[in-house]
Design a protein around this ligand. Structure first.
Ligand SMILES: [Zn+2]
Length: 261
């Protein structure tokens, strides 16, 4: 009888540890999945004229933030070419300018070159790959340009702006295929967003535009919403949302306070 009890006790003890082990394993699996859902950390590339938070999964910047005032673009400097230089602050494998050649997409800036034409080094920085996104011709020279213009107009009116620009995605399957084995696959954003916040007044805005198909792109972009009503289709990357909250919320207010007091 005692022997039977001993066996039972051993079984129970074993079962207890088994349950604890199971709980620990499932906790670990949950934690790994939760971390995975958040995505890998963004790589921060800091430059004089902008800061880029780069996504090594999409091979695009996830967010570019910079300050904009009239003196930043009051110059008449012209870029020396249309090509982008590899940002060595980014981890390998890196996007090359040539990855965009014959892709059907133009090389789009998040921090506009036209916002940085008063200082040669600043203008040059806007041609770094940490500021580069695949845009359709229609988007780049159409509604995105209008968004850029509206930021500059506010700066011309004397506002000092904090500007944040980022790509939005529907699906990540649409990519610029690597032309060679060495190349990287660049995700095609379905749209681009711009947030601007005045550092000396209450003014702030959010604008976005779809990355509409141009004349004859080699790649078809699917599920692109055509009206701002459809913006809800986009779920902001939680990493980008957090950055936006930090940069456009608390941080800006703190800076505003140090300026005014
Ligand atoms: Zn203002």
């Amino acid at each position: 009888m005692n022997k039977l009890l001993d066996v039972l006790r051993t079984i129970l003890l074993f079962a207890k540890w088994l349950i604890i082990a199971l709980i620990l394993v499932s906790l670990w699996v949950w934690a790994v999945q939760a971390t995975h859902a958040q995505g890998v950390p963004l790589v921060k590339a800091t430059h004089d004229s902008f800061v880029s938070y780069y996504d090594i999964q999409t091979h695009n910047p996830a967010l570019v933030v910079y300050q904009l005032e009239y003196s930043h673009f009051a110059g008449v400097l012209k870029p020396s070419g249309r090509h982008f230089k590899m940002d060595t602050q980014l981890p390998r494998p890196r996007v090359k300018d040539s990855d965009y050649t014959n892709s059907g997409f133009v090389r789009g800036h998040l921090c506009s070159a036209a916002d940085r034409d008063s200082k040669k080094s600043w203008l040059k920085e806007t041609y770094l790959t940490s500021n580069l996104v695949p845009m359709t011709m229609v988007c780049n020279s159409g509604r995105w340009k209008a968004i850029e213009d509206s930021c500059r107009m506010l700066a011309i009116m004397g506002h000092r702006l904090r500007v944040g620009r980022w790509p939005m995605y529907n699906k990540l399957e649409n990519v610029i295929q690597a032309s060679q084995a060495k190349g990287v696959c660049i995700s095609i954003p379905a749209g681009f967003a711009c947030a601007a916040m005045c550092l000396d007044c209450d003014l702030r805005f959010f604008k976005w535009c779809p990355n509409l198909r141009s004349g004859s792109p080699q790649l078809v972009i699917q599920d692109i919403p055509s009206s701002p009503d459809n913006v809800v289709q986009f779920r902001n990357d939680p990493r980008v949302s957090m950055l936006l909250t930090n940069i456009f919320g608390v941080w800006c207010r703190e800076e505003y306070e140090t300026i005014t007091h």
